[in-house]
Design a binder for this molecule. Structure first.
Ligand code: HSE
Length: 411
């Protein structure tokens, strides 16, 4: 028998207990271990649950019990999850977590502590919910030099954008619907402002490229300013707008990483990833492009990934899984403004003809867009490829139009 503890009985934590109980026979026969939940840490009372006797409010009970070999962390947030996980690892307990903020901010340090204490720190559920992505990157694709990861990493924003594109629903109405359906995080700003996707691309980039990429190093922009007008202009250019998380290796070994809403061509596979689905494209030098697709959130899909990590920890109680990255270093992540890109620009102007001429003078090969029922004072165009810094400087110098919206165009 192997005893585990679950810290946090919220959506994912309760799902972990449920999956372990429901699938107990199958998990036992596959893992050859009888995994039992000894404690559940939560400040709330759950007197009606059949396993109410396992609840504790005292973390010391868990960390001080030598019988507990694996601890699940599903509390979310940085504190006290960080302190608790650190103490569990130092006490010789392996940890499985779904907490992306914890891994994105403290992953390198916690992996090092796990290594030094000969235990495992696993976090498959922190990216893409139930979609297997971290284990495939660290094991199945280990023979590759991965040079880019690009994907749709947040289900809530993808749901909102899908409603805007397919049903012309406003951003505000689509967000309300996402909240009613339980997709958005408790605080939807983490979804709609891009921080959730940012944490996930940090984890993916750190794992794929071997050095920690911290959230504050990733240029992050959300979808709050996207309008139906932008959606319509994108459609006129055979594109849809998606919130993209991206990390790639640059010449010289630096990393580019960003999260931003972008126009994605309908010819790209990412353009057809709709609703709450996530997709992560991994580009490797031997494998080419691989796409991982599925439900990126939800109680049981996420719990299934956590439980798989628990099983892996239990099967490797005295061995280490190879999952590691080093601390980041200064200058490792480049300034996103130095990236080469094309930009979509929507602007207001008093004189459309003069504005169109100025755009063509400034940007050789700029493409002016049009949409049905276009406002007489409105103009939208796609710039040619250049560094974002150069494009923004040139846009700021335009005199015959006032820029209202700038989005990236995914190349
Ligand atoms: N709120 C997140 C999403 C949940 O919508 O993708 C999983 O991180």
């Amino acid at each position: 028998m192997v005893y585990i503890a679950v810290m946090g009985h919220g959506v994912v934590g309760s799902g972990v207990v449920e999956v372990l109980q429901q699938n107990h026979a199958g998990i036992t026969s596959r893992s050859k271990e009888d995994i039992r939940v000894k404690y559940i840490l939560d400040l709330r009372e759950f007197p009606d649950l059949p396993y109410a006797d396992r609840f504790t409010k005292d973390f010391e009970v868990i960390v001080g019990d030598p019988e507990v070999k694996v601890v699940v962390e599903t509390m979310g947030g940085l504190h006290p999850a960080y302190e608790y996980v650190k103490r569990c690892l130092r006490a010789g307990k392996s940890v499985a977590t779904s907490n992306k903020e914890l891994v994105a901010c403290k992953g390198a340090e916690l992996l090092r502590i796990a290594r030094d204490n000969n235990v495992n720190f696993l976090f498959e559920a922190s990216v893409g919910g139930g979609i297997p992505i971290l284990r495939p990157i660290s094991q199945c694709l280990a023979a590759n030099d991965i040079f880019e990861i690009v994907g749709i990493l947040n289900g809530t924003t993808n749901f909102i954008l899908t409603k805007m594109i397919r049903e012309q629903m406003s951003f505000a109405d689509a967000l309300t619907l996402a909240q009613e359906l339980g997709y958005a995080e408790r605080d939807p700003s983490a979804d709609i402002e891009g921080q959730d996707a940012c944490r996930k691309i940090c984890i993916l980039a750190s794992l794929a490229f071997g050095k920690h990429v911290y959230p504050e190093q990733v240029g992050t922009d959300g979808i709050t300013k996207i309008t139906l007008t932008d959606v319509e202009y994108a459609g006129s250019d055979n594109c849809v707008i998606k919130l993209i998380g991206r990390a790639k290796i640059l010449d010289g070994g630096h990393i580019f990483s960003a999260v931003y809403p972008a126009l994605v061509s309908r010819e790209s596979q990412l353009s057809s990833v709709d609703d709450v689905f996530n997709a992560v494209m991994v580009r490797g030098n031997a494998i080419g492009d691989v796409i991982f697709y599925g439900r990126g959130a939800g109680k049981l899909p996420t719990a299934s990934a956590v439980v798989a990590d628990v099983i892996d920890c239990v099967k490797h109680l005295s061995a280490r899984k190879y999952l590691f990255w080093e601390d980041g270093k200064e200058g490792y992540v480049s300034d996103p403004l130095e990236d080469n890109t094309r930009l979509y620009v929507r602007a207001k102007t008093e004189d459309k003809t003069a504005a169109a001429e100025e755009i063509r003078r400034t940007f050789e090969d700029a493409r002016i867009l049009s949409r049905p029922c276009e406002d007489r004072q409105e103009l939208a165009f796609i710039t040619p490829m250049s560094t974002e810094r150069t494009l923004r400087r040139e846009l700021a110098a335009l005199t015959s139009l006032r820029v209202e919206s700038i989005l990236h165009v995914l190349d």
